[in-house]
Ligand binder design. Sequence first.
Ligand SMILES: Cc1cc2nc3c(=O)[nH]c(=O)nc-3n(C[C@H](O)[C@H](O)[C@H](O)COP(=O)(O)OP(=O)(O)OC[C@H]3O[C@@H](n4cnc5c(N)ncnc54)[C@H](O)[C@@H]3O)c2cc1C
Length: 328
Amino acid sequence: MLNLSSPSTSEPRHVKVLILGSGPAGLSAALYAARAELAPVVLTGLELGGQAALTYTIENYPGFPEGVGGAQLGELFQKQAERFGAQVEFDTAQSVDLSRRPFKVTTDNATFLADSLIVATGARPIHLEVPGENLLTGLGISYCATCDGAFFKDRKVIVVGGGDSALEEGLFLTRYASSVTIVHRRDSLRAGPVLQTRAKSNPKIKFIWNTVVTEIVGTDKVEAVRLKNVRTGETSSFPTEGVFIFIGHTPNTQLFQGQLDMDKRGYIQVDALARTNVPGVYAAGEAADPTFRQVVTSAGMGAAAAMQVTKFLEQEESKDAHAEGQKS
Ligand SMILES: Cc1cc2nc3c(=O)[nH]c(=O)nc-3n(C[C@H](O)[C@H](O)[C@H](O)COP(=O)(O)OP(=O)(O)OC[C@H]3O[C@@H](n4cnc5c(N)ncnc54)[C@H](O)[C@@H]3O)c2cc1C
């Protein structure tokens, strides 16, 4: 069940654990924190279930030999966390003050004072922003070869991009696809030399240079892309059944700029125990992971963060009890 939090005019709400994000990381953290009887509150943000809910079928999350719907998996995560007392609220954090505990988090509907915070705000793949892209995402358009490559066995696919991930994912797709055409807007690749050599020597990989995709065409599945040569202005149609877009990823971490340490791309830096630079603030999933970016890895990071939060709060409580004991 989804709750709406109370309006912002009310008193700040004190919670032991506040979790930002309802993707695999946030909901797994909620399950673990709830089972530790910490009554976590999860703020969903705009995407209940996170990116995983955007995809039709997930075939690589363990425990579902036949695959599971992305949205369905999110619902199952949510139900399981709620069963142990997690409260999932349709609300979005707008600002945070991490300068002292409890941390102040202002949302669309409320102000929270949180003894600990788990940041699980995820990331988003950068989109091409061309006609057809929204309509056909999950129907032949993908932002993840590991997730969707197997659906394109013996099919002809294109990859958009020219960096390391475009080539890595393109090479991965050659396991399944009959051909992989890499469409790149420049005449040379940004990817490292080893990847370039591997891609250029792979007989299944072809390149279309100096070219952008201007439209993805199809009604209920991808049928073709419209291409434009940026040098000559010439346009053409290229039949394909799959479009894999790898032009970058952006973590949803702007809210924490200047308060949490991040790498230059904006991924939150955590240590092996999911700790950020602020004691009591933990980060999990794609907000802190530029590398693995999977449901199973994000869920694992969420669980780990909640286990650490549990320890942190226990230690803080015993410090407080000790201080009280000294006073009396
Ligand atoms: C189309 C697609 C298909 C995919 N298919 C697969 C697959 O088959 N298998 C697989 O393993 N992986 C797949 N992935 C990757 C997988 O979905 C992600 O790795 C995973 O969802 C990351 O989980 P996360 O919890 O870290 O973040 P996300 O899933 O990105 O969730 C982030 C959450 O944070 C919330 N949020 C953001 N900002 C705020 C805020 N200010 N306040 C509160 N909440 C906020 C969002 O609403 C969302 O709920 C796919 C990704 C995409 C885009």
